[in-house]
Design a protein around this ligand. Structure first.
Ligand SMILES: [Zn+2]
Length: 399
């Protein structure tokens, strides 16, 4: 074992024991090299750092985990692929864990991985070689193996029965959970001029929080306050553990057609109101897959049992009541989508005892909506609209 190797092992050990001590390191760039027999991924780094690799199936992905690092690539946090890589994303997965997710065009495995030292004006490079394999071989090696376990938040029940934490006894104070969609390694939709949904919705969510706090009438819990990934199930658990009276998930999606514009509001239903709503739910539900989490079929069973359960609950009626108050408020700021209140099986709306809606502020694929969402004035008007609807919804309770 050479001195470099020993140093690396010490660094890895240090990381395991003390957590993120490499936060000062930077990723300077990510490059792909396509060769006849392999696809090479090169990460330019400010220094060596510990990392772990694992692969996930359906869809085929390779995940690179490392301590929280700064991304100095200046090229955004997602990129097009080449060779065996269909595309990639990077960002925070946890506060102490940065992640790169590589989407593969076919089953492939890591054949080689090594560091190249800084030399001749070049930075330290982490090199990862991918070679094609058949599905059987891929499946034999697939699965989460690293330290970055996210634990119970994503490991579904094997019994296929909903196992959610017991609801918290509600306080007299009205608790609102504001959920900024996506985050970290999941950028969400990307606008016409390259802006990310995750950043736009976090800013609007913060503005909603400010309105609510300033009114003095609400306790506000945010599912995220930074550019970090939060699994969908954890968002639901945050709402339940907070004993929330209302859960508002803030999004700004995109469509293929650039002509369509307008806000829309979604509530949970076993059966989708229409094809577009079903497609949108499928897209939003894929957040965990995008972030490199393996979703078992158990999770689907849990969602299904909650959906059936929900049909009998007044939670659903309350969610619909809030959606109907929210739409005219949003309509006063910008355009509304045709059939602006829709239903579908959104995972993030499955807290059985918390009225929950998902609001799409507008469509990032439309120029007018993008302009509204990229202006501070537009964002604040949208946040104020959400705040007014919340105030109306709780008007009875406050009197
Ligand atoms: Zn979204």
């Amino acid at each position: 074992m050479g001195p470099r190797r020993i140093l690396f092992c010490l660094a890895a050990l240090c990381w395991l024991v003390t957590g993120p001590v490499f936060a000062q390191e930077q990723v300077l760039g990510l490059r792909l090299g396509v060769h006849p027999d392999k696809t090479r991924i090169v990460l330019d780094l400010s220094g060596e750092l510990p990392y772990s690799l694992f692969s996930l199936a359906d869809p085929y992905r390779v995940v690179i985990d490392m301590p929280a690092v700064e991304w100095a690539t200046g090229t955004g946090s997602a990129g097009a692929g080449g060779g065996l890589v269909a595309g990639y994303r990077f960002g925070l997965f946890r506060h102490d864990n940065s992640r790169v997710v590589l989407d593969l065009t076919q089953p492939a495995e890591v054949s080689k991985t090594f560091f190249l030292p800084a030399a001749a004006g070049k930075s330290v490079r982490l090199v990862i070689d991918l070679v094609p394999v058949d599905r059987a071989k891929f499946m034999a090696g697939a699965g989460f193996k690293g330290r970055m376990r996210v634990g119970d938040t994503v490991s579904g029940s094997s019994k296929g029965k909903a196992e959610l934490p017991p609801p918290v006894i509600r306080s007299e104070r009205i608790t609102i959970v504001v959920d900024a969609g996506h985050g970290g390694v999941d950028p969400g939709a990307i606008s016409r001029s390259g802006h990310y949904e995750k950043n736009i919705v976090l800013d609007v969510a913060r503005r909603v929080q400010r309105h609510l706090v300033q009114s003095g009438r609400y306790r506000v819990v945010m599912t995220r306050e930074t550019d970090v990934f939060v699994p969908l199930r954890e968002r639901v658990n945050i709402a339940r553990n907070a004993g929330a009276d209302l859960f508002v998930s803030v999004h700004a999606d995109s469509l293929r057609s650039a002509k369509v514009r307008g806000a829309s509001v979604y509530s949970l239903s076993e059966k989708a109101s229409d094809k577009e709503a079903a497609q949108l739910a499928a897209k939003e539900n894929s957040s965990d897959v995008i972030a490199g989490i393996s979703i078992g079929t158990e999770t689907d069973d849990i969602v299904r049992s909650i959906l059936i359960d929900l049909a009998q609950r007044e939670t659903k009626n309350k969610s619909v009541r809030f959606a109907k108050l929210l739409l005219p408020e949003l309509g006063g700021v910008g355009a509304l989508l045709r059939n602006s209140h829709r239903y579908a099986g959104f995972r993030v709306l499955t807290a059985p005892d918390v009225p929950s809606v998902l609001v799409e502020l507008g469509l990032l694929s439309n120029a007018a909506d993008e302009k509204l969402l990229m202006s501070a004035g537009g964002r604040d008007k949208l946040a104020a609209a959400i705040f007014r609807a919340i105030d109306q919804y709780f008007a009875d309770r406050q009197s």
